[in-house]
Structure formats: C-alpha cells, structure tokens
Design a protein around this ligand. Structure first.
Ligand SMILES: C[S@@+](CC[C@H](N)C(=O)[O-])C[C@H]1O[C@@H](n2cnc3c(N)ncnc32)[C@H](O)[C@@H]1O
Length: 300
C-alpha cells in the first residue's frame, strides 16, 4: 500500500501513515512526482502549494499517479489556494467533498477512472525557458519569473572571486553565473532545498566547475575549507517569515569557510543580520544599500 504525501500537512487535519512516500520538491531526497508511474499510488495526501500554476502541476501529477477508485485528501490554507481547491479539482473531473478546519479547506474523495485537463495543468507548471530572463525556470521556484532586486544588487558589486566556493540557496543560479565569470574560480557548489531550482540551475549553468546539490543548507555536510560563499538567504519557511533561517545560513557559511575566507551576502534591509555576522566573522563591511537591500562582505 503506497500513500503519496506532498508536503507536511498538520496531523490535526489529516492522518498520515508513517511510511507515506514524500513527493514535495522542497524535501531533499523525496520521490520526484513527475517520475511516478501512472496509477501507481494507493492513496494521495497533498498540502497543495500556494502558486496557482505550481498547484495545478502538483495536483495533476499526484492524481495521474493515483489508482482509479483510490482515496485522496487535498488541502490548503483558505488564503493560499484553499478557497479555490474544490473548483480546481472539479476541472480535473473530481467530485470532492469539502470541509473546513483551522483555516484550511480540505477536499476528499476518490479518483475517478477518467481525469480531464491533466496535460494542460502539467504544461502550466512545467519547466520552461523564460525569454525575458534568459533562464530556465519553473513556477514555484523563488522569484521564478523576475530578477530579484537583492540578487541583482549583489551581482553588480561582486568582485572577481577565486578558488573554491559555494552559493547557499542558489535558486536559478543567478549569483553562481556571475561568480563563474571569474576564471580564477576553481569550483562552485550550488545548494538549494527546491529540486525544481536545482534542475533549473543545472540547465542554466553549463560549466564543469559547478556542482549541484539538492540539500538543506542547515544540515548538509559541507567541509570547512572554502575560499568564498555567496548568498541571498531565504527568510521564509512554509509561507511565514523566519529570520532564524538566514541567521543559520550565516553560521553555516562561517563554518564552511577557511580562515580568511569571504562571504558576500545580500539581504532585505529590515533583516537583522549585522549581529549574527559579527558573532562569527572577524570583519564585517557593509558594501552598500540598493533598492531596499543591504550588501555585506564578511571575512572569517
Ligand atoms: C532568496 S532566494 C535566493 C535565490 C538565488 N540565490 C537568487 O539570488 O535569485 C533563497 C533560496 O534559498 C532556497 N532555500 C530555502 N531554504 C533553504 C534551505 N534550508 N537550504 C537550502 N536552500 C534553501 C530557496 O529555495 C531559494 O531558492
């Protein structure tokens, strides 16, 4: 009996078997839903993601992989797509029963033999080359269809780095592409929690010096001999602001660097990173403020 599980819904909202197969691209090591065979799952539990197109893509793959007649529970916070779930499921040909609990809409039912509009939903959320960005991208990735101003600001001031480095939370690879313009860079490790971002970056950065890791920077094993780290650290987790996340990234960067190694960081102006930087770096230099973002160079 295989239950597909997408995300981490509260156990107060749905019972989750201990051996459920995780399918979320935000859980390193999860099974990539696109690789599941048709009609291979016996049940599906999905905390549907917030973006309309990424949700259509995730639900289409989850339902495609579900056996006809098998049960599904698909839920979302009301203000993050939950209020539209029943209508979106009806477009796939599903007649879902809808309940509400703890600000979520919870849709349950059984997969019918025939599903409608699957190909269209998969196309809406699929990886694509964005002509304006000039990059491969996919709905759901951070800033998937526009250049983040914080990253753009860091790209403008980054010097030509050298040696071994890493990009923590590399996203589409915007900072990495800039780093790799330096011929003195010998290797660059790109880390991201989002499998879609890792795969997009792999397509965007065709450089043998680049190595791609679908991993959580908070826990990934990273040796402490790097010459540099670049990052635009995340400050949201599961849809809510989490300042501790960026602070952990700063500590992990310090741990990953050799003595004298350098961190280049861009952050939203309101984020309190000065004190955590000074705790773990010998020298911290502000390198400008642009469009609501502040830039730092920190040396270990
Ligand atoms: C603010 S974005 C920066 C993306 C990219 N560096 C850029 O400049 O456009 C932060 C990135 O960190 C990733 N991320 C979030 N939490 C993470 C974690 N715990 N470990 C690794 N990456 C994470 C997100 O998926 C996102 O791509």
């Amino acid at each position: 009996m295989t239950t597909g599980l997408y995300g981490a819904p509260s156990r107060e909202l749905v019972d989750i078997p201990a051996d459920a197969l995780q399918l979320s691209p935000l859980v390193p090591g999860a099974r990539v839903a696109e690789t599941l065979n048709d009609t291979s799952l016996d049940a599906l539990i999905m905390l549907a993601p917030p973006g309309t197109d990424e949700r259509a893509f995730a639900m289409a793959h989850g339902l495609r992989a579900l056996k006809p007649g098998a049960p599904f529970t698909i839920l979302a916070p009301k203000d993050k797509g939950g209020s539209r779930l029943a209508k979106e499921l009806a477009a796939f040909g599903l007649d879902a029963e809808q309940t509400s609990k703890h600000h979520h809409r919870i849709c349950t039912g059984e997969r019918p033999a025939e599903l409608h509009n699957l190909d269209e939903a998969i196309a809406r959320g699929a990886p694509r080359l964005d002509e304006a960005l000039g990059l491969w991208t996919q709905p759901g990735i951070f800033s998937w269809n526009r250049l983040d101003p914080g990253s753009a600001a860091l790209v403008d001031v980054l010097p030509q780095l050298s040696g071994k480095g890493a990009d923590f939370g590399a996203g589409l690879g915007i900072l990495s592409a800039r780093v790799l313009t330096s011929p003195s860079v010998t290797s660059l490790d790109l880390y991201d929690l989002d499998h879609r971002a890792v795969e997009a970056a792999r397509r965007n950065i065709a450089d043998p010096r680049a190595h791609f890791h679908w991993a959580d920077v908070r826990t990934a094993p990273i040796a402490g001999d790097l010459d540099f780290v670049v990052m635009n650290p995340p400050f949201h987790e599961a849809g809510s602001e989490n300042r501790a996340l960026g602070q952990t990234f700063i500590r992990r960067a310090a741990g990953a660097l050799r003595k004298g190694g350098v961190l280049w960081l861009t952050a939203n102006r309101h984020l309190p990173y000065e004190a955590p930087l000074r705790e773990v770096f010998a020298r911290v230099e502000p390198r400008g403020e642009v469009a609501g973002f502040k830039l730092f160079e920190a040396r270990k």
